[in-house]
Write a protein that binds this ligand. Structure first.
Ligand code: MRU
Length: 382
């Protein structure tokens, strides 16, 4: 598949009310505080939350104060750093860190970035348990995780813009209609985003784009977060219900589908927010390109058959039986079915590689096939 040349650095700033933000950072004054944008409060309230312990990190990932594969990984990495601050002279350091690492990794099972990032920090600590600089080593490693994910996402944008630009040329400058599912933007990825990174790059280059945003039940990451992100950046969008995409495709109103991934196997099967698979089926039926944008930290090179092997998170049924929204000026839940209704809540589904037109990675665009993935990431194959 096409691999266009890498473009020189372009600066994209993620602005909230004119101020540049990332979705996670370390407090500049108190280095025991990891700061995150509270995504449960968006889009109604923009609030920053302080995470000061392993327990705080665990809870924030679990209850989705922060979410999105690369961001979960970054938070997990900072969690190990915080674990190094929660020690005293009696602490059995290897046991303490191994427990913290197991605990944090158990928060959410699907996004492989979490275990990747925790392992990355733990690997840097091995052999340094007696070092007085243990916390500094952990912090450096966690910062490296963040920088790696940011740079990966920037590169995804730099490659992915080519797909949008080509469509724009074919459409003679008419807006390119992009359909996306969930939130795979900078909120989910520290900066830039995965699926949304090419959109930001295109928009900032003056290529007319318009994004169809799936609301993404049950937690409405599309309705709450993607609208907020794109709106802040001035990218035109229209919010649609989860079931609308196929109809729009039949009507010729979708030029390309761009989604993220929580875990992609070495053969290209990709887990993403529940409902992604149905969009891929509709895209194939309508001959619309369907791309998965992901950093290699979301590829699980040890897995091949996504449907059988990728662990899919099951969440609480009350996320299905009720909807959160603004009620009398505060965020509240509204029940939408009979009391006591049975409900099930799988968080992700798996899109088989055969339905995916290509993967947009930090190294370029490739087919969702083991051969191409192996060519691109030969060093990651054992
Ligand atoms: O349950 P979430 O909100 O963490 O799910 C997030 C997604 O499905 C994203 O699309 C995914 O993490 C990939 S891109 C950041």
């Amino acid at each position: 598949m096409r691999l266009k040349s890498f473009r020189p650095e372009r600066i994209i700033t993620m602005l909230v009310d004119g101020k540049n933000y990332q979705s996670i950072w370390l407090d500049k004054i108190d280095r025991g505080k990891v700061m995150v944008i509270d995504q449960k409060r968006l889009p109604f309230f923009f609030e920053i939350k302080e995470l000061c312990s392993v327990e705080d990190i665990y809870s924030a990932i679990k209850d989705m104060t922060l979410r999105g594969a690369p961001l979960i990984g970054a938070a997990g990495a900072y969690g190990i750093y915080l674990a190094t601050l929660e020690m005293n002279s009696l602490t059995n350091i290897p046991d303490h860190l191994a427990n913290a690492s197991r605990y944090i990794t158990s928060c959410r099972p699907t996004a492989v970035n979490l275990s990747w990032a925790v392992k990355y920090v733990m690997d840097k600590l091995k052999g340094n348990f007696a070092s007085p600089s243990l916390s500094e080593i952990a912090l450096d490693a966690a910062n490296e995780v963040c920088e790696t994910e940011k740079e990966n996402c920037r590169r995804i944008g730099n490659y992915g813009i080519n797909l949008i630009e080509d469509i724009s040329k074919d459409k003679k400058g008419e807006p390119v209609n992009i359909l996306t599912h969930c939130n795979a933007g900078w909120l989910a990825c520290i900066d830039y985003g995965t699926a949304l990174s090419p959109v930001y790059f295109a928009h900032d280059k003056g290529i007319p784009v318009h994004v169809w945003i799936d609301e993404t039940r049950p937690l409405n990451q599309g309705a709450r977060l993607t609208t907020w992100e794109l709106g802040n950046h001035g990218v035109p969008y229209t919010l649609i219900t989860d079931n609308t995409g196929g109809f729009l495709m039949q009507k010729g109103k979708v030029d390309i589908v761009l989604v993220g991934s929580d875990r992609t196997t070495r053969k290209g099967d990709s887990a993403n927010k529940i409902g992604t698979y149905l969009k891929a089926l509709a895209a194939l039926d309508n001959k619309i390109p369907f791309y998965v944008a992901l950093p290699s930290t979301s590829i699980d090179f040890s897995l091949s058959d996504g449907i059988r092997e990728i662990p899919v998170e099951e969440r609480a049924p009350d996320e299905v039986t009720s909807v959160n929204g603004l009620v009398n000026g505060e965020i509240g839940a509204v029940r939408i079915c009979p009391e006591g209704a049975d409900a099930a809540n799988w968080g992700f589904d798996i899109t088989p590689a055969r339905l995916i037109t290509g993967l947009i990675t930090e190294k370029g665009i490739c087919r969702a096939e083991e051969k191409d993935i192996r060519n691109m990431f030969s060093n990651k194959f054992k």
